[in-house]
Design a binder for this molecule. Structure first.
Ligand SMILES: Nc1ncnc2c1ncn2[C@@H]1O[C@H](COP(=O)(O)OP(=O)(O)OP(=O)(O)O)[C@@H](O)[C@H]1O
Length: 808
């Protein structure tokens, strides 16, 4: 029977480590089941005990933290546009609180069972390594709730065929060893599905997610399905209902339909500064090497920021281990990867001189072409027809990794960065690739649809980095005899034509990275010259190297005498990053998560950094304020509290809520889902918003009780000119309270109400229950029919009621 297994990228295995904990008693399971479980465990102990580069899992694994993420149902004003659940943005302190370790992966903190778990992380964040570690835990007796663990690597599954059964998926396509009596074991598995864990690694390799959840597999028997149908059947509990599913994937928008339905979403956060130190010391066994490497990494802030990605940390350590100690560390990502890749190839050629005598004799352009072909098809797979000499050398060097499949052996590029660097070399160097093609794959494109997300970003950085690389200095992977001037010129012209002010935050960030890769002051200044005054990285999850690159380039602002405001809302930025950005002279105002901002103030206060504390307080702004997520509102009372409780030194306290006091416009867009619950929080801070002119509360279902609460504080809003209360389910009681309160706000010029609310007012007026209606109608006379929904008839009716309305 065909069987799929995957080898460690190194192809090396180390002796199985003895199980430390007692294995789960397999009770009355048939003998063949016990034997098979024993067999899988010992096999997993073998294959999962070493990481890439042959490093031992037990000795070199750094316990990476997970953060529990939650989804939010968006139902605000734009609900129809994006009726989507999205990840709730966490503040730095919430992220710290939401941290979990491996042992808590399947724990139920609430009553909801965790039968489907998604492990999210960018390329190189350590998903595969984490899963390997998890399998090793299981094989060593942890995770006793599972009798069986099946690991599937989506990279090597054939998604086109529809010839698989559930049994085939588990026994033939997973990395489990061959099962002698698969019929009996399968029968046993069907009898205890809740003791089965199925892991789909590299889930994002299922490229086409359209209709993934349609036509699920429904039968356990030998009916033939595609892999996607089997996944769908498992996920929708049509087959093996009760089993636990774990998928590991890079985050992708197209995956949202599946992610939305998962019981738990966990994010692998990469290495913290402490983890980087720990990993480096583990990597370099020798104490003096360790000290030296750590010193180099820690003093180079760019490299240190890259090292928060475990893969890049490994690459940096590898380079430090092999490059001359007098050499500087690379200054760009392109530089890091070309040095590391060249070194890998060089070492492999030295190791086996008969296979590849030296780098020059290897058909590197062929390897680069294969990388590019793969990139175009979103594929890491290497064409099996390639020269064996080349493949052997690339495998030896670790550039390729080998996997055993039912068809034999498959070679894949070992990681996204290596494949994309080689693809970029192809684009820059190959005569078959014209300038237009290079431009299309370098730098950001204003409108072009981004098909490959993260992978495309990395390719762009490498292409830009390579074309602008200074004269090759021995570490360049480019062939110095190839003239790339025309391609460089084309990319330069494109860069010069960019209009950063038209870019959405994600593209703006890409542009920053591409400009950074050019290592050119000229492009940095050009970028800074063309940046809009209001920079927005809204919604971007900024990692440490993003923050470094933004700060690095913004330093050019002083020579151009430019200043900016920066929107870091929903940017999931750690306090250290916020400190760096806010500390920049050119940043005059910033808007970030309020809880993080308060965290930053506290941090600066504790470290007696008076000057920066003063400027961080002064720079904080909330204008214009649009609350779309709970936390936008939840942390506002804390600002007021700081002021009231004098949490900061006196001279700062009065400034701490100035952002609230100066706020002129507030849009509350939490929608029917969260609006009613969070509205009281807003009401709590409204008295502090003395400058508020525009308050938009449309579509939040605040109801009568909300209206009553609002009525209680409206008189504080002395500057309020415009109030939108449309679509809030306000009934008689609420209207009555509101109308009186509205009359007490003389500044009010316009407000919008729902048609129903209008009718309601008119009927109240007609029934003369409400003596103050004239006052109310007076302010109404200023309405500019802002809300087109007001029925003409109602308006006409009101005009008849009041001469002032008639004069409108
Ligand atoms: N927790 C860890 N401890 C030590 N090293 C790690 C850890 N996580 C990752 N690494 C290192 O980083 C490399 C890349 O990790 P891995 O392949 O697991 O990333 P990934 O998230 O699966 O990436 P991709 O999305 O590209 O598949 C590993 O080969 C290993 O060297």
């Amino acid at each position: 029977m065909p069987r799929t297994a995957y080898l460690n990228p190194s192809g090396m295995t180390t002796p199985a480590l003895a199980a430390k904990k007692t294995d789960r008693p397999i009770g009355n399971s048939p003998e063949c089941v016990k034997d098979y479980i024993h067999h899988i465990k010992s096999y997993m102990r073998d294959v999962c005990c070493s990481m890439r580069g042959g490093m031992g899992m037990e000795s070199h694994y750094v316990d990476a933290h997970l953060v529990q993420r939650k989804l939010l149902i968006k139902s605000g004003k734009n609900a129809n546009k994006c009726l989507e659940k999205e990840l709730v943005v966490l503040s730095d302190s919430e992220r710290k609180k939401a941290k979990l370790d491996r042992s808590q992966l399947f724990h139920n903190s609430d009553s909801k069972p965790k039968q489907s778990v998604a492990l999210l992380g960018k390329a190189g964040a350590g998903k595969t390594t984490f899963i390997q570690r998890l399998c090793l835990d299981w094989a060593s007796g942890s995770l006793p709730q599972f009798q069986f663990v099946f690991l599937l690597n989506c990279k090597i599954l054939d998604l086109t065929k529809s010839t698989y059964s559930l049994k085939g998926l588990l026994f033939d396509l997973s990395m489990s060893p061959r099962c002698e009596d698969s019929d009996s074991v399968f029968k046993h598995i069907l009898s205890c599905p809740d003791e089965v864990l199925i892991i789909f690694d590299s889930f994002d390799h299922i490229k086409d997610f359209e209709g993934l959840l349609q036509s699920p597999a429904k039968s356990h028997t030998n009916t033939k399905y595609t892999i996607k149908q089997l996944f769908s059947g498992l996920f929708q509990k049509e087959i093996l209902s009760g089993c636990t599913l774990l998928i590991a994937t890079r985050p992708k928008d197209v995956l949202n339909q599946v992610l939305r339905k998962m019981d738990s979403l966990l994010e692998l956060c990469g290495f913290s500064p402490e983890d980087i130190e720990l990993y480096t010391s583990k990597y370099f066994g020798d104490a003096s090497l360790q000290e030296n490497a750590l010193k180099q990494i820690k003093t180079d802030r760019y490299i240190f920021s890259l090292c928060s990605n475990p893969l890049l940390c490994w690459t940096t350590c590898f380079l430090l281990e092999h490059q001359e100690s007098c050499n500087d560390l690379p200054s760009t990502l392109t530089d890091l990867y070309q040095r590391a890749t060249s070194k890998h190839l060089q070492l492999a050629s030295l190791e086996n001189s008969s296979l590849c005598k030296n780098r020059k004799q290897l058909d590197i352009p062929q390897l680069c072409k294969m990388a590019w072909e793969g990139f175009k098809n979103h594929d890491t797979h290497v064409n099996p027809g390639s020269s064996t000499e080349l493949l052997d050398c690339a495998l030896k060097s670790g550039i390729l990794a080998s996997y055993k499949t039912s068809e034999g052996q498959e070679n894949h590029f070992a990681d996204l960065f290596t494949q994309n660097l080689l693809s970029a070399v192809h684009l820059v160097q190959s005569k078959q690739v014209n300038e237009k093609m290079v431009v299309a794959n370098s730098v950001v494109h204003q409108k072009k649809r981004k098909v490959q997300g993260e992978s495309q970003d990395v390719l762009q950085r490498f292409v830009t980095g390579l074309v602008f690389q200074k004269a090759p200095d021995g570490v360049s992977i480019l062939d110095s005899s190839v003239n790339i001037k025309a391609k460089r010129k084309a990319v330069e012209t494109h860069l010069e034509s960019m209009k950063p002010s038209d870019l959405v935050p994600a593209r703006l960030l890409e542009l920053f990275h591409c400009v950074y890769e050019t290592s050119s002051a000229k492009f940095a200044k050009l970028l800074l010259k063309n940046l809009p005054d209001n920079l927005s990285f809204y919604g971007m999850q900024l990692c440490p190297s993003d923050v470094y690159v933004i700060c690095h380039l913004l330093r050019y602002a002083s020579t151009l005498k430019r200043t900016f405001s920066i929107n870091l809302q929903d940017a999931c930025i750690p306090i250290s990053g916020l400190k760096e950005l806010v500390g920049l002279k050119c940043i005059k105002a910033f808007w970030a998560h309020t809880a993080d901002t308060i965290g930053l103030w506290e941090d600066l206060h504790q470290s007696n950094d008076e000057l920066n504390l003063k400027s961080a307080i002064e720079k904080f702004t909330l204008h214009p304020f649009k609350a779309t997520e709970g936390y936008h509102i939840e942390s506002l009372p804390v600002l007021v509290q700081i002021h009231r409780e004098k949490k900061l030194p006196m001279r700062y306290t009065h400034r701490s809520d100035q952002s609230l006091r100066h706020l002129q416009r507030l849009e509350f867009e939490l929608g029917v889902q969260n609006g009613p619950e969070l509205f009281p929080k807003l009401v709590e801070v409204l008295p502090s918003l003395q400058s508020l002119q525009h308050l938009d509360l449309e579509k939040n279902q605040i109801g009568d009780s909300g209206a009553e609460k609002l009525a209680g504080v409206l008189h504080f809003l002395e500057c309020l000119k415009l109030l939108n209360l449309s679509q809030n389910l306000i009934g008689d009681a609420g209207v009555e309270k509101l109308a009186k309160a509205l009359a007490s706000v003389p500044s009010l010029q316009k407000y919008a109400l729902s048609p129903l609310l209008f009718m309601h007012l008119v009927s109240l007026h007609n029934s003369t229950i409400f003596p103050d209606m004239q006052v109310f109608l007076f302010s109404f006379s200023l309405i500019r029919l802002w809300n087109d929904c007001i029925p003409y008839g109602v308006f006409e009716h009101l005009r008849l009621q009041d001469p002032r309305i008639r004069s409108l």
